[in-house]
Design a protein around this ligand. Structure first.
Ligand code: CP
Length: 303
């Protein structure tokens, strides 16, 4: 059987994405299955995580599999100098699938090329976070009833935000109009704008998080300015609280607007937004279990 990894959302066709959405819908209705009986799933987290690791592990447990792994690389032999290559080769002796997060861009792709078992990318540096994208797209589908022709506003760290990079790629199949709100220092990299241009996708860029931007949106995708991606902490201090969404700012927003955030949040969404019915970020995180059940079952049962 051909090995099937899940490394980048760019590897997924529109049909692949719709198929995973259908599977996520099924798992939301029927979360407990025995599809992974006898299978061992390794979660290798070289970077911190709450949601991604725990929802992947919940997904494996719900599918009847077992989990090995680590959440702190300093407790592993990588702290003694073992290479990523050797770690991946070792874990491949023990597990049926590797779910990994790493600070280096391309780490998951590299791992997938040196092992015979499937690799699922749980985030590689500022590059990709494709399983987050699947739960984001599932959340958009559930809240809007469609994926087509939506106005999606992305706010915050668009330079280093891997969830932004993956989501715009995944949604490019569905004729979106994007609005990008970021300070100059954290603007969307040119490579993603070129991608959108090549695919004929409309977008605009703003430094102001204005009422006009909010009030025309179907989805408001807030992101955290990520301290861990800055080499110069003075630069981080300059931009860390640049945009804060408050409840008042939603007064004239569209009825169908939903606020998404991959989480964790710091200050970019005020606590008073949490009780607004348009706030969807906690349900979004819950959807991660079903989207990840869909991804794991798809890589381990590709036919
Ligand atoms: N959204 C997300 O990746 O969260 P964690 O860093 O907690 O996994």
């Amino acid at each position: 059987m051909k090995k099937k990894s899940f490394v980048s959302i760019a590897d997924c066709s529109k049909e692949d994405i719709l198929h995973l959405i259908q599977k996520a819908e099924f798992f939301e209705q029927h979360p407990n299955q025995k599809l992974l009986e006898g299978k061992v799933c390794a979660t290798l987290f070289f970077e911190p995580s709450t949601r991604t690791r725990l929802s992947f592990e919940t997904a494996v447990n719900r599918l009847g599999g077992r989990v090995i792994g680590f959440s702190d690389a300093s407790t592993t032999s990588s702290s003694k100098g073992e290479t990523l290559k050797d770690t991946i080769k070792m874990v491949s002796n023990y597990a049926d699938v590797i779910i990994m997060r790493h600070h280096l861009e391309g780490a998951a792709r590299y791992a997938s090329e040196i092992t015979d078992i499937p690799v699922i990318n749980a985030g590689d540096g500022a590059n990709q976070h494709p399983s987050q994208t699947m739960l984001d797209i599932y959340s958009i589908y559930k809240t809007q009833g469609t994926l087509n022709n939506l106005k999606i506003t992305m706010v915050g760290d668009l330079k280093y935000g891997r969830t932004v990079h993956s989501l715009l790629t995944g949604m490019s199949h569905f004729n979106p109009t994007f609005c990008f709100v970021a300070p100059e220092e954290l603007r969307l990299p040119d490579i993603y704008k070129q991608f959108l241009d090549e695919h004929g996708i409309r977008y605009s860029e703003h430094t102001d998080f204005s009422p006009e931007v909010i009030n025309q949106s179907d989805i408001l995708y807030m992101t955290r300015v990520q301290r861990e991606r800055f080499t110069d902490l003075m630069e981080y201090e300059k931009v860390k609280n640049v945009y804060v969404l408050t409840n008042k700012m939603l007064d004239n927003s569209k009825e169908n607007l939903r606020i998404l955030h991959p989480l964790p949040r710091v200050n970019e969404i005020a606590q008073d937004v949490d009780d607004n019915p348009k706030a969807y970020y906690f349900e979004q995180a819950r959807n991660g279990v079903f989207a990840r059940e869909a991804i794991i079952s798809s890589v381990l049962n590709p036919n």
